[in-house]
Design a protein around this ligand. Structure first.
Ligand SMILES: Cc1cc2nc3c(=O)[nH]c(=O)nc-3n(C[C@H](O)[C@H](O)[C@H](O)COP(=O)(O)O)c2cc1C
Length: 308
């Protein structure tokens, strides 16, 4: 499925993925993924929904991340150079786990209890979508917007001698204007499609809000890290004085709704379409698996073991 807004390069990488898929010709009857039922309905807040199926790679990656203290990943997006040619852009980011389940540190939960109604959202959703947080003024968000939201994330988990590559699309949430902002509306719609309701929680969906979900990620940052969203504009020459006087380095933010910091704070949610695990534990017999989403955002997934 190629989004109409996708750039030529994104379309060609999607076409390549489709070509690879048809070349692999996996027998779906023998695929571990095939025992799971097909579900294509989108989740709409306030209405009971049919759940997207759980990705077959999710629990393995989750267990690997749990064994890795303080994990970062490399995030690749597509930029455009002065000649308007597509160019890769990569940077390190801290991975914040699967959306929207975030285990807050005690001070973060204390801040949520004091400042957010009910201490936050009821824990009714889960997903296979990884998250990171960022500043809306950095380059990666316009790069996502101009490239059909194309993204690839890579972990090298050295203790486990394993590389994970997560390819797909990514959407940023947290614009204070909410759904009045077109890109926030699109992001929520796209993320919603891949959310799963946990257990028998369909009746409580209406109590869950996007604003509280984003606030939880903001609360998970230390006051100094929250203050970085009040920094002078990232990537601009240090010689230029910010026009906004409250933009300074080294500020501490306790207010979870600080309007200046929250105007810049975003949670980026990665909706995976293709996942690859490379296990180099035994260098003489490397192992490599590919999982590719077959049918839109809700599965099923094709699993194929590859030559490393
Ligand atoms: C260890 C480490 C963790 C980082 N974590 C993040 C992060 O979670 N989010 C983020 O936007 N930038 C993070 N950065 C900074 C980015 O690598 C990058 O410099 C910044 O996001 C600007 O990139 P951009 O202009 O290409 O968007 C981190 C850098 C390092 C070294």
């Amino acid at each position: 499925m190629v989004p109409t807004s996708a750039s030529a390069s994104h379309q060609s990488s999607l076409r390549a993925a489709l070509r690879r898929l048809s070349a692999i010709k996996v027998d779906s009857r023998s695929s571990p993924s095939s025992s799971l039922s097909l579900s294509t309905k989108a989740v709409t807040m306030g209405t009971p929904s049919e759940n997207p199926q759980r990705a077959p790679w999710r629990d393995i990656l989750h267990s690997h991340l749990e064994q890795t203290p303080g994990y970062e990943f490399t995030i690749a997006t597509i930029g455009y150079n002065a000649q308007q040619h597509p160019v890769p852009r990569l940077r390190t980011c801290g991975c914040r786990g699967f959306f929207p389940e975030l285990e807050l540190h005690p001070q973060g939960q204390e801040a949520m209890d004091q400042q957010v109604e009910g201490g936050g959202n009821p824990p009714i959703f889960e997903s296979d979508m990884l998250t990171f947080t960022t500043d809306a003024r950095m380059d990666k968000l316009p790069q996502l917007e101009s490239s059909g939201h194309a993204i690839e994330a890579v972990f090298w988990l050295k203790d486990l001698m394993t590389q994970w590559r997560i390819k797909g699309t990514a959407y940023a949430i947290g614009n204070p204007s909410g759904e009045d902002a077109e890109e926030e509306k699109t992001s929520r719609t796209e993320i919603r499609k891949a959310l799963r309701v946990k257990g028998d929680n369909n009746n409580t969906i209406a109590k869950w809000t996007w604003e509280r979900a984003v606030t939880k990620y903001f609360a998970n940052h230390s006051p100094v890290a929250r203050g970085s969203f009040r920094n002078p504009p990232p990537g601009q020459p240090r010689s230029s004085t910010p026009s906004q006087l409250d933009l300074k380095l080294g500020q501490k933010v306790s207010d979870l709704h600080d309007p200046v910091a929250r105007a810049n704070f975003r949670v980026v949610v990665i909706r995976p379409e293709e996942v690859e695990r490379l296990d180099l534990t035994d260098q003489e017999n490397g192992k490599r698996w590919n999982w590719t989403l077959i049918d839109g955002s809700n599965g099923p997934w094709n699993e194929t073991e590859l030559w490393p």
